[in-house]
Design a protein around this ligand. Structure first.
Ligand SMILES: Nc1nc2c(c(=O)[nH]1)N[C@H]1C(S)=C(S)[C@@H](COP(=O)(O)OP(=O)(O)OC[C@H]3O[C@@H](n4cnc5c(=O)[nH]c(N)nc54)[C@H](O)[C@@H]3O)O[C@H]1N2
Ligand SMILES: Nc1nc2c(c(=O)[nH]1)N[C@H]1C(S)=C(S)[C@@H](COP(=O)(O)OP(=O)(O)OC[C@H]3O[C@@H](n4cnc5c(=O)[nH]c(N)nc54)[C@H](O)[C@@H]3O)O[C@H]1N2
Ligand code: SF4
Ligand SMILES: [Mo]
Length: 768
């Protein structure tokens, strides 16, 4: 599959790999021929003529965080190329290539707006922020501090998320601080914290180069983390016997090039993983020495023995669960053997796991498979969840911008942690509220029923991204709503009382953290359009007007970073050795990184690499210390699936799952306004299996009405010949196909993440 970059003279981009979806999605395959392929990424390309300047930078869309070169001419961005020195080895995907269009994107928001007589009208910054401060103060005085809220995003810099969280928690006095990580990645975050005692994965992207078994579950990295997936393909193709296993109900682009595709029934991953664990135990494929030294078992309430774990697994023998999973027992066995017997297995997962009803248990069990087989804490081996946005990890998880979290692993409900933060923030004892704030759907519920009366939403479009949108959009109607965005038209902006324009990408400076604990710096290179401002300035201005300016002595991105870095000291996150200056000179640094000369940590919990490994564990424990747990042992939980949240019935016989396509970013507010990307992905659609479509007389291009227990929607169809019959897929980027009118809002009870990946539906052809 791999090959040398092919230059294409007629095309401004060079095509390195074109993966036609053979036998897959009918229309997508043919459409792609004229534009970009389903899994196409670009090799480095020197600018034809070096007329301007070139700056090193990063793409701040997905959690891969590719290093790039930005070519500038007379102050304008004229091209974006992959950085060969960076972890993406010079490759970027189509979205990275099209970053060059962002500064001039049509529909950029350039001026603040205030709603007057139902219409958003231009206003000055002073008018807009005075109004915001006045209304927030009114609500705080009349209804209390917990009647205001902040909802942020993994799109924002770490410095912005940290500052917003500090303003609301230490200034306003509420923990109503949350963000869009609650719609996905938080499930993995909670699972890591449970299994290892600490959030964030043990390994790193470089592990891909050493693995010989890639276990990809509920992720489609060919579309969503394309350059990382290219690295996976390169390794698979160059290492004899290496194999990609893909667990996904649909024949995604990733599944199509995998060696083994387990097209499971949606929502049965926990059954599959338990079943694999049963095989691994029954066939003695586990690493007894590793288990003995480094693993503890727990039934969710108390420690149990390895024997108890094995007894628990008995009911998951492949023959007992094959029908439910939809995969033959022998294939489950073979997959388990492959996982265990490889030299190094790495698991990659993302929203397909995070957005299941049993998400946290599934993520626990993924780590558990690594722990019982010893495929962890060595090159090529370990669980590595893929984060969505470029800063879902740093801004929201590490900087403490989720309802229950204070910075760097500290918890709102822990009095010791609150006291520590009060001292660091130099605010009086008792300033920080001990009450966990509203998270995600809870927050929109509280906005709907009047408990939250004023909210600031920054870098998110919840009116479209929340599940069961008819219900949750109500939450946006009632409160005084301030929206900070980069474009002037989003579904959320339609509810805004005040709309504020923000700087985008290289119009501002800040740090982003990718999936593997890697911090990278984005430097400012151009000014934002019109009066748009860096969110950091907006927050400082608002803080002054709310009377909390004194909390913020650090006023530049670099100084705010230094403050957060000092807050990380004395925690297991310690990145106090990382500064903007250091990041400017390298391709990112992974924490822990406690001193200015520390090289960063590739593999956590490993002596010689991770500075926190306790001395006593070095020799006798093979140099591994899961120090997040007091006894140094990571925990394997006995996790049984819950009752399915949404079942098919005569009225709703099919299962809908939702997700992404390569060319489009999230709710499409940016990418669907870039003509090349819009043309390549074309309209949002329902992907139906031929076996479901034919009996209903449905062909590619027809329009169908899709109904779930929550709503209905009409849209075009693409018929697929691969994947699981009974499963319908729809992407959520297209405003014309708002699929969240259909999706379920049942929450995972540990992470609060909604089960966006499963809804029972009926499909009918629309003839008029
Ligand atoms: N091109 C592009 N890339 C992106 C994004 C984007 O919008 N566009 N968004 C970013 C963000 S925020 C995120 S969170 C990530 C998400 O990255 P991914 O998780 O890779 O993307 P999704 O398309 O949401 O879902 C992945 C797969 O999960 C499968 N799936 C659905 N239900 C199940 C199930 O029950 N079990 C299993 N095993 N699989 C299931 C779907 O069929 C789908 O192919 O992508 C990031 N990267
Ligand atoms: N059906 C379905 N729904 C889903 C998912 C799914 O798989 N299926 N996935 C969920 C997941 S994982 C996620 S992460 C969410 C995403 O949900 P959201 O974050 O709500 O959606 P986005 O489109 O990413 O919204 C980002 C908004 O911020 C703006 N923006 C972009 N960059 C910046 C910036 O630098 N500053 C500011 N101020 N604004 C900016 C964009 O214009 C856009 O309006 O969607 C969730 N919803
Ligand atoms: S969207 Fe992701 S894979 Fe594509 S260039 Fe940007 S960071 Fe890289
Ligand atoms: Mo996400």
């Amino acid at each position: 599959m791999s090959g040398e970059p092919k230059q294409n003279a007629s095309n401004p981009t060079s095509r390195r790999r074109f993966l036609k979806v053979a036998g897959g999605v009918g229309l997508a395959g043919t459409a792609a021929l004229g534009t970009w392929g389903a899994c196409e990424i670009f090799a480095p390309k020197q600018p034809k003529k070096q007329t301007g300047n070139t700056h090193r930078s990063i793409c701040n869309l997905c959690g891969t965080g590719c290093g790039i070169h930005v070519d500038m001419h007379e102050g304008n961005v004229v091209g974006v190329r992959g950085d060969e020195q960076a972890h993406n080895r010079g490759l970027i995907c189509v979205k990275g290539e099209m970053l060059r269009s962002l500064p001039d994107l049509s529909g950029r928001l350039e001026r603040p707006k205030i709603r007057k007589d139902g219409v958003l009208a231009d206003a000055s910054w002073d008018e807009a922020l005075s109004l915001v401060a006045e209304r927030f103060q009114e609500v705080i005085v009349d209804d209390g501090t917990d009647a205001v809220a902040y909802y942020g995003s993994g799109h924002l810099t770490t410095e912005v998320s940290y500052t917003a969280a500090k303003l609301f928690r230490a200034g306003v006095g509420t923990n109503n601080v949350d963000g869009n990580a609650r719609l996905g990645v938080n499930s993995s975050a909670v699972a890591y914290a449970q299994s290892f005692g600490l959030d964030e994965p043990p390994g790193c992207f470089e592990d891909v180069d050493h693995a010989d078994c890639f276990f990809i579950v509920g992720a489609n990295p060919a579309a969503c983390h394309p350059t990382l997936f290219e690295r996976v393909l390169t390794r698979r193709d160059s290492k004899q016997g290496a194999e990609i296993v893909c667990v996904d109900p649909r024949a995604s682009e990733t599944a199509m090039v995998s060696d083994r595709h387990l097209s499971i029934t949606p929502g049965t991953d926990l059954l599959l993983l338990n079943s694999m664990a049963q095989v691994i135990c029954a066939e003695s494929l586990y690493d007894s020495e590793f288990v003995e030294r480094h693993v503890a078992f727990n039934d969710g309430t108390q420690p149990v023995t390895f024997d108890a774990f094995q007894t628990f697994l008995e009911s998951y023998r492949p023959e007992a669960v094959e029908t439910q999973i939809g995969i033959a027992a022998e294939r489950i066995r073979e997959t388990a053997r492959r996982f265990a017997r490889s030299q190094a297995t790495i698991s990659l997962w993302s929203a397909g796991v995070n957005q299941q009803a049993d998400a946290v248990s599934v993520a626990n069990m993924l780590s558990a498979l690594h722990l019982i087989t010893g495929h962890i804490c060595r090159p090529g081996a370990g669980p590595l969840s893929l984060t969505g946005q470029a800063n879902a990890a740093g801004g929201l998880r590490d900087a403490g911008a989720l309802a229950e979290r204070l910075p760097c692993g500290r918890q709102v409900e822990n009095a010791e942690h609150r006291r520590e933060m009060e001292q660091l923030w130099q605010v009086p004892d008792g300033t920080l509220s001990p009450t966990r704030g509203f998270g995600g759907m809870e927050l929109f519920e509280a906005m709907g029923d009047g408990r939250v009366k004023a909210a600031l939403i920054m870098g998110a479009n919840p009116a479209r991204s929340l599940p069961n949108s008819a219900r949750h959009r109500k939450g946006l109607e009632k409160p005084f709503l301030v929206v900070v965005d980069v474009v002037n038209q989003t579904e959320t902006a339609e509810f805004a009382d005040v709309l504020l324009p923000a700087a985008l990408w290289i119009e501002k400076q800040g740090v982003f953290e990718q999936s593997d604990r890697r911090y990278q710096l984005l430097d400012k290179r151009i000014d934002p359009p019109g009066e748009a401002r860096d969110e950091l300035d907006i927050l400082f201005d608002l803080a002054e007007r709310l009377g909390h300016g004194a909390l913020f002595s650090a006023r530049s991105a670099s100084d705010v970073w230094n403050e957060l870095a000092s807050v990380s000291k004395n925690t297991r996150y310690d990145f106090s050795g990382i500064t903007h200056e250091r990041l400017r000179d390298c391709q990112g640094l992974r924490w822990p990184c406690p001193t200015p000369d520390h090289p960063g940590t590739s593999r956590r919990y490993v002596a010689g690499d991770d500075p926190f490994v306790r001395d006593s564990n070095r020799a006798e424990n093979g140099g591994i210390d899961f120090y997040g747990q007091a006894d140094g042992k990571a925990i394997v939980f006995l996790r049984a699936p819950n009752e399915p949240i949404e079942t098919t019935s005569e009225d709703f016989p099919l299962q809908l799952t939702t997700g992404r396509v390569l060319e489009q970013w999230q709710t499409g507010t940016l990418t669907n306004h870039i003509p090349e990307l819009k043309q390549a992905s074309r309209d949002g659609h329902f992907e139906l299996h031929e076996q479901d479509a034919t009996p209903l007389g449905i062909k590619s291009g027809d329009r169908v009405e899709v109904t779930s227990r929550r709503g209905n929607l009409v849209g075009p169809v693409r018929v697929s010949t691969a994947g699981k019959p009974g499963v319908v897929f729809a992407p959520f980027y297209d405003a014309a196909l708002p699929v969240n009118t259909l999706t379920a809002d049942h929450l995972n009870n540990s992470s609060g993440v909604p089960a966006l990946k499963l809804a029972a539906i009926s499909v009918k052809k629309v003839t008029t």
